[in-house]
Each structure stands twice: as structure tokens, then as C-alpha cells.
Write a protein that binds this ligand. Structure first.
Ligand code: ADP
Length: 581
């Protein structure tokens, strides 16, 4: 008896010292094994109530087949009873152990007795595994023979069941803990990923902003509330001409020359009062170079503190350029004044000299005519010829002087025009008649291709002067046996006059220049044909005063001068050119 007691005690101490680092199932199996061996039971089983479906699942067995519990369920099904009607069901319901001294006499076991018969056991102890008042499973031990159980045996199995219950509870707690730890780990990993992602986003956006700030051509500075440089991009320090480390933390006034300090302190107060108007100022670099800056700024709160964000542009080059342009303009203005003065003197001189020349020349011409008319005495043929030459040349001189005079008047805009209704056909016919002798002299044929034209509003004398000038040039620049054609056309709103010659022509690049005052096509022709280079500029001026236009065309067969003049507007009788214009 004492030996039996000893072995039971040993068994209980074995249960207490089971290695708890073993797997949960292995521990239960070990408890069951020690219980069966310690009590001489033939077999046993530990079953747990599933927390989800409340079914009983066998988690450890001793001396029983693996499918034992399924067979118990099968037997219940076969007998048409619930498992709760078995002693196990009773233990689950009452939370108290249940003794079956002889299964074959136990009514609750009747539907299941095929199994003890087959597996060779006849008596059982069913013990609850409890968590508080709740039954979470069963530890059942089965003996081969029918027997009456002693209190020790009952205690032994109950202690084993309570140990098993602790193991299950610990394992479940552990499982939950593991699950929680896993979840926490997962949560931590997610959190870490999120932190990493946020860090990356922050880093990216910081890099993005930094790239923008650093690649800005303009200087960007942050000045703190006291007026100290706090931050600046590379451009800012390049523009200011100071190394970054010598400016950060320094008062902004450091970069200004002494004479700008008052101005800048005033601006500083303006900025603090919210005046964000940009301004220009100059600074002094570390190497004493003066630079001009365009400064704009705004203020904001960074990390809870007021900051001033200042953008600076280097406008030194513009300033220098502006200064140069100003000086240049002043010089230009001055020389323009001088030129005007010289031009006035020249015009005055031309007008005086032409007047001075005109008087003796008119007298010469008068006396030559007197001599030619033999009013003073008879002259021979030889003398008459010489007088003719003197007469022609003095007439030419008078013509040239008149042209010069007209040019000086034109220049001063003094050429008075006397407008009235003018017949271009009459002017053309008269001019052709006047110029005929000159053409004949050079054996140049004059043709007329004109049509009747409406009268226009203009100055007859001046328009005649234009046509005579063009015809004179045509004869002058056309060789012997050449041909000159005077053409007139009636266009909508305008009339067109063209004078075409078969002369020497005009190079393409000179076609517009010949209308400039004193301009003559260079080369030997100038000396050969003489002239002043004034005629066409007078023509242009006169035509433009009639709101018309004049231009020249030239091909290999000579030149053509075209004139367009506006017609009188029809209907209301309003003139398109007023006498005063
Ligand atoms: P001028 O005839 O007194 O030199 P103009 O102003 O009348 O001055 O003419 C300017 C220049 O235009 C002339 O010197 C000549 O070179 C060129 N020119 C004018 N008319 C003709 C023309 N019909 N044929 C060729 N060249 C011409």
C-alpha cells in the first residue's frame, strides 16, 4: 500500500515537473500517460470543448485508437442519442467527476458499450477540466476490470485534470498572446512601413523644394524676426558676394554700405508693418564691390516664428546699361541739337546765297536778252551764238538756284501750296509741249498714252514742276534716238501717271534712295549728266503733300516713274485734300 502511495506521489510530482517548453499536445499526452500509469488505468483520453462549435475533440489519448472520439460520436448517432447523454456529457453539464464502476451496468453508457467491449475496459473515471466554473474539457481514465474507485484514485485523476486544465489555459493564453504578438508585430511592421513611406515623402518633397530653391537664379533668403540671416540658397550668397558661413546669423545690415543703412532700416520697418512693395537698393560685397539689387519680400510663420522671405535679383548689369543708355541719349541729344543748329545755319546760308546769286544772274540774263534783241546795238552771228550759250547757261543757273531755294523751303516746310481743281490731262499736255524742244535736241521721241482723267484737288504749279522734273530726268538719262512715254490711268479712287524711258536705267538697290535729298547714283554718270540730286526729293515731297505716292521701277530697258494721286471723293463733294494741308 505504501508503495502504491509512493508511486502515486511520484506520478503527481512527475506531472508537476513536466517540461513546459514541450508542445501543448505533448504535455497533455504526458499528463495522461503519467495519470494512467500512476493509477494503473488501461487507457485514457483528454478531450477539449471546441470554443467555436462546442463539440468535443480528443487532444490526447493513451491506449486508445486515434479515431476513438469519432467512434463515440458514431455510436451516439447510431443509437440516436446526443453525446450529452453520456457520462462525459453529464460531467460537462455538472462540472463534477463521474464514476463508472462497471460500464456494462451503467445506463448512460449503454449506447457506447461496444467500444469498451472491443477495447477491453470496464470501469471509468470522468473528470472535468475547469477554468473557474466553466468546464473546458475532460480527462477520462479507463480500467480493464470493474472496480470501486478509492478517494486517492479520484483525487489523483482530479489533480491530473486540473493540471491538464492549467496547461490548456496557459496554452490558450499563450496562443492568444502569440496571436496578439503576431498582430502587434504586423502592426509594428505596417507602422514602420508607413513611417518609412512618410519619411520618404517628406524627404522627396524636401528635396523637390530644395532643388527648386537651389536652382533658382534669384537669391532666396530667410531673415528672422530680429533681422538675422537664417537661410539662403547658393544664388543668394553669390549675389551678395559673401560666403554663407560669414552671413548666417549676422544682421542683414552687414551687406549694405554705410550710406544705405538709413534707407534699409526704413525698409525694415516698412516690412514689419506689412508693406511688401519691392524696391531697388545697392549692397557692398565682401570685396567692396557695389552691386544693385531688386528686392521683393513676404513674411510668414515658420515653426511658430515670424520669418521674412526675401528674394533678390542682381540688376547691376541693367543698372550699368541704363546708365550707359542715359549717357548715350544725352550725347545723342546734344549732337542732335548741334546738328540741327548746323542744319539751320546751312539752310539759312543756302537761302541767303541763292538770293544773293539770283540778283546778279537775273541782271546778267536781262542784259544778255537786251544784247540778243540788239536793243543796245547790232551783233554779228558769232556774237549771237556766244550770247545764246551765255543765255542758256544763265537760265540753267537760275533753274538750279531755284531748285536749291525750293529745297531749302521744303526742308523748312515753307513751300506754300495753292490747292485748287486741277486737270492732270492739261498738265501732262503742257509739260510735253514744254519739254518737246529738249527731246528733239537729243532726237528722243515723246509718246503719249493718256486717257481723260477726272480733275483732282492739287497745286497746278507744283504738279507741273514734278512732271517737268521727271520728263527732264528721262531726257537727261536717255541716249539719242531713245523713247519716252507718258501714260495716265484712271484707277478706283486714284489716278496713276507713269513716265517711262528707254534710258540707262537705275540699279535695283538705288530705286528708293534716288528720292533722298542730294542723292545721285554714284559713278561716272554723275559727272556725265550733271544735276544736283535734289529734283526727285522735291517731287516726292510735293506728291506726298497731295497724299499721293511716287516710286521708280527699272529693268534692262530703262526706267519708269509712277505717281499715284487720290481722286476727289464722290457723292458728298468733300475733298480728300484740303487747301491747308
Ligand atoms: P539730279 O537729276 O539733279 O541728279 P534727281 O533727284 O532728279 O537729281 O535724281 C537723282 C538721281 O536719280 C539722278 O542723279 C540719277 O542718278 C537718278 N535718276 C533720276 N531719274 C532717272 C532716270 N530717268 N533714269 C536713270 N536715272 C535717273
Amino acid at each position: 500500500m505504501e508503495n502504491i502511495e509512493k508511486s502515486k506521489l511520484k506520478a503527481l510530482s512527475d506531472i508537476a515537473s513536466i517540461d513546459i517548453s514541450l508542445e501543448f499536445n505533448d504535455i497533455l499526452h504526458k499528463i495522461l500517460e503519467i495519470t494512467c500509469e500512476g493509477t494503473g488505468a488501461k487507457s485514457g483520453t483528454i478531450m477539449l470543448v471546441d470554443e467555436l462549435d462546442n463539440n468535443i475533440r480528443m487532444v490526447a489519448s493513451y491506449g486508445l485508437p486515434q479515431n476513438y472520439i469519432e467512434r463515440v460520436y458514431e455510436a451516439a448517432k447510431k443509437a440516436g442519442v446526443e453525446i450529452s447523454s453520456s457520462p462525459s456529457g453529464t460531467v460537462l453539464e455538472t462540472g463534477k467527476y463521474y464514476l463508472v464502476p462497471n460500464t456494462f451496468e451503467e445506463p448512460k453508457n449503454k449506447p457506447f458499450n461496444d467500444l469498451p467491449r472491443e477495447l477491453g475496459f470496464s470501469s471509468m473515471i470522468y473528470t472535468p477540466m475547469k477554468k473557474g466554473l466553466k468546464v473546458i474539457g475532460l480527462l477520462n481514465a479507463y480500467w480493464a476490470d470493474p472496480r470501486q474507485f478509492t478517494d486517492e484514485e479520484i483525487n489523483f485523476v482530479s489533480i491530473a485534470a486540473s493540471q491538464a486544465s492549467s496547461v490548456v489555459q496557459n496554452a490558450r493564453l499563450c496562443g492568444r498572446l502569440k496571436h496578439n504578438v503576431r498582430e502587434l508585430k504586423q502592426y509594428k511592421e505596417n507602422l514602420e512601413d508607413k513611417i518609412k513611406e512618410t519619411h520618404k515623402k517628406l524627404y522627396d518633397s524636401e528635396r523637390y523644394l530644395r532643388t527648386i530653391i537651389e536652382s533658382s537664379f534669384d537669391g532666396i533668403l530667410v531673415v528672422d524676426e530680429e533681422g538675422r540671416f537664417e537661410f539662403g540658397n547658393d544664388s543668394a550668397f553669390n549675389i551678395l558676394g559673401w560666403p554663407r558661413e560669414e552671413l548666417i546669423g549676422q544682421f542683414f545690415i552687414k551687406v549694405f554700405p554705410v550710406d544705405m543703412e538709413k534707407f534699409m532700416l526704413d525698409r525694415w520697418h516698412d516690412i514689419q508693418n506689412g508693406n511688401e512693395t519691392p524696391y531697388e537698393t545697392n549692397i557692398i560685397t565682401k570685396s567692396d564691390e557695389i552691386k544693385y539689387l531688386y528686392v521683393s519680400h513676404s513674411q510668414g510663420v515658420i515653426k511658430g516664428k515670424r520669418k521674412y522671405i526675401v528674394v533678390i535679383k542682381n540688376v547691376t548689369e541693367n543698372k550699368k546699361l541704363e546708365k550707359k543708355i542715359k549717357e548715350y541719349n544725352e550725347k545723342l541729344e546734344k549732337s542732335n541739337e548741334e546738328l540741327k543748329e548746323a542744319d539751320n545755319i546751312k539752310t539759312e546760308f543756302i537761302s541767303n546765297i541763292t538770293h544773293e546769286l539770283m540778283t546778279p544772274l537775273t541782271s546778267i540774263k536781262g542784259f544778255v536778252e537786251l544784247l540778243d534783241d540788239e536793243a543796245i546795238g547790232t551783233i554779228n552771228e558769232e556774237q549771237k551764238k556766244s550770247l545764246g550759250i551765255i543765255h542758256r547757261n544763265s537760265e540753267r543757273l537760275i533753274y538750279l538756284i531755284k531748285e536749291l531755294l525750293a529745297a531749302s523751303y521744303l526742308e523748312k516746310d515753307k513751300l506754300g501750296l495753292h490747292f485748287g481743281l486741277v486737270s492732270i490731262n492739261d498738265i501732262l499736255s503742257k509739260c510735253i509741249l514744254d519739254i518737246q524742244p529738249l527731246a528733239k535736241e537729243k532726237q528722243i521721241s515723246l509718246f503719249k498714252d493718256t486717257i481723260p482723267l477726272p480733275a483732282i484737288w492739287g497745286d497746278e504749279d507744283r504738279l507741273t514742276q514734278v512732271i517737268i522734273n521727271l520728263l527732264g530726268n528721262a531726257i537727261k538719262f536717255t541716249l539719242q534716238d531713245g523713247k519716252i512715254t507718258v501714260i495716265s490711268r484712271d484707277l478706283p479712287e486714284k489716278i496713276k501717271i507713269s513716265i517711262r524711258d528707254t534710258g540707262i536705267g537705275i540699279p535695283g538697290d538705288q530705286l528708293s534712295r534716288i528720292f533722298e535729298r542730294f542723292y545721285q547714283i554714284d559713278g561716272s554718270s554723275k559727272r556725265k549728266y550733271g544735276g544736283t540730286g535734289i529734283g526727285l526729293s522735291i517731287c516726292k515731297n510735293i506728291i506726298e503733300k497731295h497724299y499721293g505716292s511716287i516710286w521708280a521701277e527699272s529693268d534692262g530697258n530703262g526706267s519708269t516713274f509712277h505717281i499715284l494721286l487720290p481722286k476727289l471723293t464722290s457723292g458728298n463733294g468733300v475733298r480728300n485734300v484740303s487747301p491747308g494741308s
